[in-house]
Design a binder for this molecule. Sequence first.
Ligand code: AHR
Length: 339
Amino acid sequence: MERKRRMRGYIVVCLLFALLMSTGCTSAQQDFSSEERPYPDENMTVIGVSQLGSESMWRSANTASIQQVFTKENGYFLMYNNARQKQENQIKAIRSFISQQVDYIIFSPIVESGWDTVLKEAKEAKIPVIIMDRNVDSDPSLYTAWVGSDFTEEGRNAGRWLEEELKGKNFSHSQVNIVILQGTPGSTAMLGRTEGFQTVADRHENWNILACENADFTTAKGKEVMSKYLKKYSDIDVIVSQNDDMTIGVLQAISEAGYTTGTGGDMTLISFDGTKSALEKVKSGLINVDIECNPLLGPYLEEIVRKLENGEPVDKINYVEEKIFTQKNVLSVLDNRIY
Ligand code: AHR
């Protein structure tokens, strides 16, 4: 690519060292303190990746997928930073990538808002930004491409599945009582899944959403919020848990309270992501349905970078393929699930 900085090798190394000295060791995938650190040479494409954290099994799989494609063997020098759930850390990491004149910036925004300034800075520095997983509410002219899931469609899929599931079912009470555990407030995953499910819920007068609270996409918080729901409501019919990690916490809380979920259980349980450990629970009948969210974005990202390197056009918006898993089809995917 025309703007690749050929003279930057030595500068990058010096800046990296200065950065590490000022911040302590980063959470970089590349261990910069290691003697085997791969120095960027003229032919390497330097990629700065700001990951939002490591809150879930999905996130670990997403990180691994990126690290597997942007390797030295494939011609890349990967600078990886884990922002540990803080937007300010992501902005700091992106600024450090800009000052180190990386070739591309890739990041997964923790929330949608608040990126305008740093995206403008990247644009002024002529560094293409590729957004992955969640999205931003900034003007699309500020980034080159986005790749990730259609979170609203995932939410709609959860609603449509429930619609079908409830057909012909009789409840002792006239309403279907639903509780929702949401992921990180302000994140595209939480906003989309909530909106999509709500769209379907709005079509059913008897769908009664009792509660909808943040549980941070984590198991610990999922357990805490579900325990609270169980103390407060004695007649929950359906649980919508916006990721598998929270669902694991939900299952712990439910089992401790002496209830059951899933096929033939006291409550219907809907989850999102489709990680291996959750799909095992779909297979055993504890989780009724798992709406897939594909974390394996590395190959998509690498293809976009490769095209840009070759001067080829890229699509601005790139949705990844996703499925819906129930006991009926889960075996088709379980054996080959790597995360
Ligand atoms: O943005 C994707 C969501 O974030 C996944 O559903 C969740 O597990 C992750 O933490």
